[in-house]
Design a binder for this molecule. Structure first.
Ligand code: ZN
Ligand code: FE
Length: 254
């Protein structure tokens, strides 16, 4: 079993600590800051082996240099981001495999939010760390990519096993849910998911992980093929990419 700890940091970021009890190896996914990671490592008596970055934004790499300096960990990120990831050691591309002890993850390239964005899929652990590509009921903004690129990236995630647990890098679920309702108002599962999320947030609990199955049922960016949704946004008989682009545009102006 891979132990996964969720660390809420900054306004709404999550850092994930992955620990393999067999080998003792530990990874930090997108350490926005170093201090909370160092504290948990200290408490648990864990040694940081590597950092897994999904992309170069400062709220994902801000802790890289301090963690590397204090623990000697290796920094892994998308190869094309090598010039803009602090402490970069190892570049990965689509289908590369990285290991945390006995656990391995396949790298999936997901350009759209940024050009070099990658996600880490621990297939045997049924777990995906998707950074700012996929959120609970949402997806990342298109800073360095086109709607077409992001759509293709999301198709790769849509195709993963439905039981895959998804760990995204931000707690955006309540705002995402409010938008999702405007484009998919009659979706019962969406209404139920929002209720569940409101209950969790009332207790200040994270709304991650979600699952691919839940996202297929509720995430408007996974539901461009829904005729009801297409009718609501006036995009019947358009290509899936055009529908997706319109949902993204509406969300940007929401
Ligand atoms: Zn970002
Ligand atoms: Fe971010």
């Amino acid at each position: 079993m891979l132990t996964i700890l969720t660390l809420p940091v900054l306004n709404d970021n999550y850092i994930y600590l992955l620990h393999d009890p067999v080998s003792g190896e530990t990874a930090a996914v997108d350490p926005a800051v170093a201090q909370p990671v160092l504290e948990v490592l200290d408490q648990k008596g864990w040694q940081l082996s590597c950092i897994l970055n999904t992309h170069h934004h400062s709220d994902h790499v801000g802790g890289n240099l301090e963690l590397k300096q204090k623990t000697g960990c290796t920094v892994i990120a998308g190869l094309s981001d090598r010039h803009r990831i602090p402490g970069f050691d190892r570049g990965v591309v689509e289908r590369d495999v990285i290991t945390i002890g006995t656990h391995s993850a396949q790298v999936i390239s997901t350009p759209g939010h940024t050009s070099g964005h990658v996600v880490y899929h621990f297939s045997e652990d049924n777990t995906l760390f998707c950074g700012d590509t996929l959120f609970v009921m949402g997806c990342g903004r298109l800073f360095e990519g086109s709607a077409e690129q992001m759509w293709h990236s999301l198709q790769k995630l849509k195709a993963l096993p439905e039981s895959t647990q998804i760990y995204c890098a931000h707690e955006y679920s309540q705002a995402n849910g409010r938008f999702a309702l405007t484009v998919d108002p009659d979706n019962r599962q969406l209404q139920q998911k929002i209720e569940l999320i409101n209950q969790l947030r009332a207790k200040h609990l994270p709304t991650v992980p979600s699952t691919i199955e839940q996202e297929l049922a509720t995430n408007p960016f996974f539901r461009e093929d829904s005729l009801t949704l297409q009718k609501t946004i006036n995009k019947v008989k358009h290509t899936p990419i055009e529908v997706f682009a319109e949902i993204r545009r509406l969300k940007d102006h929401f």
